[in-house]
Design a protein. Structure first.
Lengths: 283, 355
């Protein structure tokens, strides 16, 4: 009885610690961002000027917000069909078959590869390929970064989706087959309605990872602080500009970088909240 | 298990004490003092090499932390170090922020080279105008008539120019933009000088290795790289037209030559666009900084003396001649003389330390 109580308190303090850490992060980010917001106000979010030259300092986060959102959305669009079909392959068509087991191991393996390795591969293999295709003279830009992001998040979405698809009760599927449904009909009328909230959640998670990804994107996006106007233009993302410029930054610039961190935090939080809402509706 | 752990800790402590007494015995007769310094990362390989040598030869332990020029100045301000190091000399107003007067001691020279990637096109010659045009995005092709006209012995390829710059804040960008502002009024008014800039064209990469790596992986690209890194990597570099009108290849000699002219008494000068005949135009000093009055914070005279002896050695022939081994340019004789004079103005309780 006594040990039960101790355990309860232990659990309580552990979960309370999570809240304290999260609140502490919000607090430090907000207090660090105050000078930037005081200086530029709302203009900080809508201005596309990022000029760190001493004496003409002016910081606007729009290029980075745009870069982050555009690359992540493109990555998600590329990821959805591929991840969905791969997870059907693993969890439905070849469920528990050797080829599916092999594939699912490979997917899990891909999910565990550090992002810097994806970045290197993108830099030395994917980028020259883009140049060879004649899509862009040097291969850096929004499209290349989105492509590497898509490749990075597909394993996440696939791994989770296939888990959820395989959890659809067999009774339901068998009942549908017994009524003469084809495989395609089973997928769209039985599996999807049952698994859709879980599949959606897996894509939200993948999107979240794309938003915060830093290293691989930095190596391929070109790091130019402009609002991209084309797929093959260079750009920059929020995570990437923070990683790049944090080292030598001080004063207003440092505050602006922290403010970008805060915006990234808020955007990620918003997307998660919206995702949760939609999942509730779907379930 | 616990006992074994405790035992091993005790043994380790004994071992540590033992080696400690051994060390102190060796340097006992030389009164062991430890000198700490911190600052610029650009001359780090040079400092690491010479400080290590000095430590082993003199018994004075010297530790140097490469924490960046800004960190070096802050550490000296907070009196955490015996001396700091910086790539940019402190302006009058910045010196006023410090609690007491400081002196600058130049230690070696470095440069920023224009690296590019055009296989088979070695030794491209660039004028200040061309450089400004390329890095401001006005010249976009390698076979642009202006580049072609300046390189008559080559048939320039019809390739797009990709500018590569530092995406992180850096002293390399600072010295490069200082030069660009001197040679181009357009650059000065539209971009300016700084550790990071508002670029009009090109792509960013992190650190010298990042820029050099991106250039080497991208045909048709051009960027600026610290000489110490470029020399080590044997990167293709452009010849620049200097203020005297000569095309100069970046080398240890041509970088050193940029400091051959007259220097101000405190050596605080940006050497970019030097008027010396055979000077490479984007060169610069790196400095060590220390307080002119060494008696502060209860420092002992021995500590102050050891610090100055070390600095006197850094500008001596012995240390300077090894600079080129790690791809830095040694100080010209005149600058050494000036540095020694400055060191001899540093005092302890108002009395000159080095005689």
């Amino acid at each position: 009885m006594k040990s039960d109580k101790i355990f309860k308190y232990l659990l309580f303090s552990a979960s309370f610690l999570v809240i304290i850490v999260a609140a502490g992060m919000v607090f430090t980010l907000s207090s660090g961002a105050i000078p930037a917001f005081k200086e530029f106000g709302l203009k900080f979010i809508i201005s596309n000027q990022w000029n760190p030259t001493e004496g003409r300092e002016s910081y606007g986060a729009l290029p980075f917000i745009a870069g982050t959102v555009i690359t992540s959305v493109i990555a998600l669009l590329l990821c959805i069909p591929l991840a969905f079909s791969t997870s059907l392959f693993i969890a439905e068509y070849f469920y528990k078959k050797r080829v599916a087991m092999f594939l699912s191991t490979m997917v899990d393996l891909l999910a565990g590869i550090p992002s810097i390795v994806y970045g290197l591969w993108g830099f030395y293999v994917l980028r020259p390929f883009i140049v060879e295709l004649g899509l862009s003279p040097q291969g850096y830009g929004i499209f290349t970064a989105s492509l590497i992001l898509a490749i990075m998040i597909i394993p996440y979405a696939t791994s989770l989706s296939s888990e959820i698809i395989s959890m659809v009760p067999n009774d339901l599927k068998e009942a549908a087959y017994a009524m003469g449904a084809t495989r395609l009909e089973v997928i769209f009328n039985v599996i999807l309605p049952n698994a859709r909230s879980g599949i959606f959640a897996s894509f939200i998670l993948a999107f979240g990872r794309a938003l915060g990804e830093t290293m691989a994107v930095t190596m391929l996006i070109g790091n130019s602080n402009i609002v991209p106007t084309g797929l093959f233009q260079t750009g920059n993302t929020m995570a990437s500009v923070i990683a790049n410029q944090f080292g030598e930054a001080d004063g207003l610039k440092l505050s602006s970088l922290i403010a970008i961190g805060l915006i990234l935090f808020v955007i990620t939080g918003l997307i998660n909240a919206i995702g949760k809402l939609i999942i509730k509706k779907l379930a | 298990m616990k006992r074994i752990l405790l035992l091993s800790v005790i043994i380790a402590m004994f071992a540590a004490c033992n080696s400690g007494t051994n060390n102190s015995k060796k340097s006992d007769d030389k009164k062991s003092v430890a000198i700490t310094a911190a600052g610029a990362t650009f001359p780090l390989p040079f400092y690491n090499m010479i400080f290590k040598k000095y430590s082993s030869e003199s018994g004075t332990l010297v530790t140097y932390g490469g924490i960046g020029s800004g960190g070096g100045i802050r550490s000296l301000k907070d009196r955490l170090v015996d001396f700091g190091a910086t790539d940019a000399f402190l302006s009058e107003s910045k010196m006023k922020d410090l609690p007491a007067e400081i002196v600058h001691i130049p230690t070696c020279l470095g440069a920023v080279v224009i690296a590019y990637n055009l296989p088979g096109y070695d030794g491209i010659k660039l004028t200040p105008d061309l450089l400004a045009g390329i890095f401001m995005g006005e010249i976009t092709k390698w076979n642009d008539a202006k580049i072609q006209a300046n390189n008559k012995d080559l048939i320039m390829p019809n390739k797009q120019i990709t500018v590569v710059y530092r995406s992180d804040g850096s002293g390399t960008t600072n010295i490069f933009s200082d030069y660009m502002s001197k040679i181009s009024t357009e650059w000065a008014s539209e971009i300016g000088v700084g550790k990071s800039l508002n670029w009009k064209t090109g792509i960013g990469a992190k650190g010298n290795p990042g820029v050099a790596g991106t250039i080497q992986a991208t045909e048709g690209s051009v960027g600026y790289v610290g000489s110490e890194y470029a020399f080590e990597q044997n990167i293709q570099t452009a010849l620049l037209k200097n203020a005297a009108g000569n095309y100069i290849k970046p080398s240890i000699q041509s970088i050193s030559a940029s400091a051959q002219g007259d220097l101000p008494a405190n050596t605080c000068i940006m050497l970019t666009n030097s008027s010396a005949v055979d000077a490479y135009p984007i060169s610069g000093f790196t400095w060590l900084i220390l307080y002119k009055e060494q008696n502060y914070n209860n420092r002992s005279f021995a500590q102050a003396e050891a610090t100055l002896k070390l600095l006197d050695w850094v500008v001596s022939n012995e240390a300077q001649s090894s600079a080129s081994k790690v791809n830095y340019a040694p100080l010209p004789e005149k600058a050494v003389k000036q540095a020694k004079e400055i060191l001899r103005s540093v005092t302890f309780n108002g009395e000159v330390i080095l005689k």
